[in-house]
Design a protein around this ligand. Structure first.
Ligand SMILES: Nc1ncnc2c1ncn2[C@@H]1O[C@H](COP(=O)(O)OP(=O)(O)OP(=O)(O)O)[C@@H](O)[C@H]1O
Ligand SMILES: [Mg+2]
Length: 479
């Protein structure tokens, strides 16, 4: 649905005369998002600038007199001195689900608008119904509005997950006006909208899911949240390229944007915050999809390393930071002679550009004949690593597969590789080292430290390397 944000030119033809008249009565207008041309009817192609599918519907309200605008909102807001604003306006509502709490930055802020995106079937509804039931038990009424599933479907899911909460209310509704009526009748602490793409307001004529509808509904939910203090969690679909469907503006309107991601063939699901007005971004929560719902994974490093085969060549342990959380993950590499044509580089969980860079440095600086090898790199657990601090682990995994020599089993690796083969320092070293120690690693290969040796926790032996050849020497001569 996300792809068809804008009406096709054919949609215009299908509009009946009555509909066109109804549009006129509602004083809705179409404005070209490219050149600003205003028109009372929809054009597939802007008659002024010629841009296709750029006309977006807006509701035009008659200009209000000052008296009218004061009366309609009931309150006239006045500027406040910063110091006059009372404290504790962001008292958080702790969510009884540690991993969700972590990603939100310590709890749900009353009056905040949260957007949760994810691919179809990744488990958005499953995660949110569980959150809703837990909050209903601990904090008060929760309203779960679904425009996608019937109440009995949701009930079946809740039963399968063993959830029962007296104060969890279900509403199958897509009309925002009706949803608002129910919210004011129920006075919940949290409203879940599943999903924002199926919700629509009767004041716009466009179909649910189209840009104007999605944006308008989000704006109204935002002002509802800010005015009444109820927290709103909207579920959003993602497009094929992985962005939340709808205008980019949707991400600007909301306070927090979370993504639920995961390989459909793996049981792990990662909840990531990409924007948070109330906490750190890139925070990561880890869940496991089970028959009874989403189980929290409180020690992901341990879990990701559980199936590791020690003394296998082509494997190295990286210590990466996901937000404020250090994670130990296994990186596997396989080099195999190219049968014909160009050698292939196949990354899974790492950026192709980092893989190309590391292979080029290994060839040029270390002299590995990688130009005649296909290289596959895989990060175990469905994690995607974007941090350059895991470069060195990738280089060690590739070299280990190429030499067919395993890296030591008790060695974890951290460091960024530069273009001339130098190993660069990385941030938050002591947190990474502490995590390695907690999981039982004894040695960590790190970039050469300057004067900050005080960061090293006791019980960890550091192997320091200034460049890639030094690093490989340390790894393959220490066993
Ligand atoms: N009986 C079951 N046992 C185990 N897992 C199940 C069962 N039924 C559904 N699932 C899992 O739940 C997933 C669907 O979860 P959910 O409906 O929460 O996804 P969603 O992200 O909300 O999808 P959509 O975008 O379609 O709304 C399925 O992909 C499946 O893995
Ligand atoms: Mg769903």
């Amino acid at each position: 649905m996300g792809e068809s944000m804008l009406s096709s030119p054919d949609d215009l033809k299908s509009l009946s005369v009555q509909t066109q008249k109804a549009m006129a009565k509602k004083r809705s207008a179409f404005i070209c998002s490219n050149c600003g041309r205003r028109s009372s009817g929809y054009f597939g192609r802007c008659p002024q600038c010629g841009e296709f599918e750029s006309m977006v519907e807006h509701v035009e309200e008659a200009p209000k007199s000052r008296a009218h605008s004061q009366a309609s909102s009931g309150v006239q807001r006045k500027p406040l001195r910063l110091e006059a604003v009372g404290p504790g306006e962001e008292d958080r509502l702790p969510v009884p689900m540690g991993e969700f709490n972590r990603v939100l930055g310590g709890g749900l802020v009353p009056g905040s608008l949260v957007l949760l995106g994810g691919e179809p079937g990744v488990g958005k509804s499953t995660l949110v119904i569980e959150l809703a039931a837990l909050l209903a038990e601990s904090a008060g009424n929760v309203l779960y509005v679904s425009g996608e599933e019937s109440a009995s479907q949701i009930k079946m899911r809740a039963e399968r997950m063993g959830l029962s909460a007296r104060d969890l209310f279900l509403l199958t509704e897509t009309d925002l006006g009706n949803i608002f009526d129910q919210i004011s009748a129920l006075d919940p602490v949290l409203v879940v909208i599943d999903s924002i793409q199926t919700t629509h307001t009767a004041e716009l004529n466009s179909s649910p899911g189209l840009v104007a509808q999605v944006r308008e509904c989000a704006l109204r939910l935002q002002s509802l949240a800010k005015d009444s203090g109820v927290s709103v969690l909207m579920i959003g679909h993602v497009t094929k390229d992985g962005n939340i469907a709808g205008p980019r503006a949707l991400e600007h309107i909301v306070d927090t944007v979370l993504y639920l991601e995961g390989d459909p063939f793996q049981q792990y699901r990662l909840l990531r915050s990409v924007k948070n007005r109330f906490g750190a971004t890139s925070e990561l929560g880890v869940f496991e999809m089970r028959g009874r719902g989403m189980a929290q994974v409180e020690n992901p490093s341990q879990v990701f390393l559980e199936e590791r085969v020690v003394q296998a060549s082509g494997s190295a342990i990286a210590i990466t930071m996901e937000g404020t959380r250090p994670l130990l993950v296994e990186m596997q590499a396989l080099t195999s002679p190219t049968s014909f044509g160009n050698p292939r580089r196949t990354p899974n969980g790492v950026d192709i550009n980092r893989l190309l860079l590391i292979s080029a440095v290994l060839s040029k600086v270390i002299g590995l004949k990688l130009w005649e090898q296909d290289i596959f790199v895989n990060v175990i657990g469905g994690i995607r690593i974007s941090e350059p601090a895991s470069d060195l682990a990738m280089a060690v995994a590739i070299a280990s597969s190429y030499y067919d020599r395993p890296a030591p089993a008790d060695l974890a690796i951290v460091g960024e590789v530069g273009l001339s083969g130098e190993i660069r320092r990385v941030g938050q070293l002591s947190m990474r080292l502490n995590e390695a120690r907690k999981i039982g690693f004894k040695r960590v290969l790190v970039p050469r430290l300057g004067g900050n040796a005080d960061e090293i926790p006791p019980g960890i032996q550091l192997l320091q390397a200034r460049n890639l050849s030094g690093a490989l020497r340390e790894v393959f001569s220490t066993d």
